[in-house]
Design a protein around this ligand. Structure first.
Ligand SMILES: [Ca+2]
Length: 347
């Protein structure tokens, strides 16, 4: 009888355990079995038993991460609302202050990489408020949760493996590897695969510490931009003025409409016009905000797209290659415009 009772209790406990895991993430496979298989694979791919023991000891999927991954997109913010919040007076003031404080690190890092420091600082400011908020999720736990969950499991399984390689190489201690809920890490919010492609050991200590070492942070953000076709001698673009006459304005927009935006970052680039030289834009009647001519001296080789995030009556921008590079960091016109306008304020 006691034995039977034990079996019944054990079965109930087993079933409720399985159900708890099913609630956490969408996967018919029991979490513990999934994890054992993952660890075996990691071991075969060169991750040490020691790192696996330290990182996965008692680690369970994080239901909060699944909730965040499932949530509906928030209400769409207009470009001007977004800019007002993200490029606030406080953020501009803090940016200038932080750039001055860290001048002896920022200036040589930016020079070595070949990216203007105001753009590195602007991305740093937009991503983590100049390193003051880098997220407080255990990166391995987040990635493990999203890899176990089946929605985007192959992507996150790859990221989880790379996160373990980062720990294996000793860039950061396991308990210090924190980040945002989806695994973006450190002051520049790099995913583990981006870490291996773009993180940069600026101070030469053989560690790429994108969490606490500002030289490495600046080097890494700069290197990401540099590796995505950054032009050091150019800016991001400029706010411009189209003809006042609505019909003329509409004619330019219709004429320059891009029917086949690039597949990479299509959602943002589908709102950009075709590329034209600054000389062409000038001939179409585009002028600076104050009515003066747009520069042609730097314009000979620059191809710019027209972006009007607020529609035909909203602000208009000509954006250069560097704007498209910022879009590779985060495929959102709001974001890239936020970085661009913040960089202008930090100039
Ligand atoms: Ca370093």
């Amino acid at each position: 009888m006691i034995r039977l009772l034990f079996i019944i209790i054990a079965s109930i406990s087993f079933i409720s355990n399985v159900n708890a895991q099913r609630q956490v993430a969408d996967n018919p496979q029991t979490f513990s079995i999934w994890l054992e298989e993952f660890k075996l694979e990691a071991l075969q791919e060169g991750i040490s038993q020691k790192i696996l023991d330290v990182t996965f000891d008692g680690l369970l999927p994080n239901p909060r991460v699944v909730d965040l991954d499932r949530r509906q997109p928030e209400f769409t913010q207009s470009s001007s609302e977004y800019i007002k919040i993200r490029v606030s007076e406080t953020r501009i003031k803090n940016g200038k202050k932080r750039m001055a404080e860290l001048q002896s690190v920022l200036d040589p890092s930016a020079k070595t990489i070949g990216v203007q420091k105001r753009f590195i600082a602007a991305i740093w400011g937009m991503e983590t408020n100049y390193g003051s908020y880098t997220g407080n999720f255990n990166v391995v736990r987040s990635l493990m949760t999203l890899a176990y969950d089946m929605r985007r499991s192959s992507f996150f399984r790859r990221e989880l493996h790379k996160a373990l390689v980062i720990l294996e190489e000793g860039h950061i201690a396991p308990d210090a590897m924190i980040g945002s809920w989806a695994g973006a890490m450190g002051q520049g919010q790099f995913m583990p695969t981006s870490f291996f492609a773009y993180a940069y050991d600026m101070d030469g200590d053989n560690k790429k510490d994108i969490w606490t070492n500002e030289a490495d942070v600046f080097g890494s953000i700069g290197n990401y931009l540099k590796q995505h076709t950054w032009h050091e001698n150019q800016t991001w673009g400029r706010e411009i003025k189209l003809p006042d006459d609505l019909m003329e304005r509409k004619a330019i927009v219709d004429l320059t409409h891009e029917p086949n935006p690039p597949r990479s970052c299509k959602s943002a680039l589908s709102l950009h016009s075709k590329k034209y030289s600054l000389t062409d834009w000038k001939e179409m009647g585009v002028v600076n905000l104050d009515g003066s001519d747009i520069p042609e001296a730097i314009g000979a080789g620059i191809e710019a797209t027209l972006l009007m995030p607020g529609g035909i009556n909203g602000p208009a921008y000509l954006t250069y290659q560097n704007f498209r590079t910022i879009l590779t960091y985060n495929c959102s016109n709001h974001y890239a415009l936020g970085v661009s306008l913040l960089s202008d304020e930090l100039k």
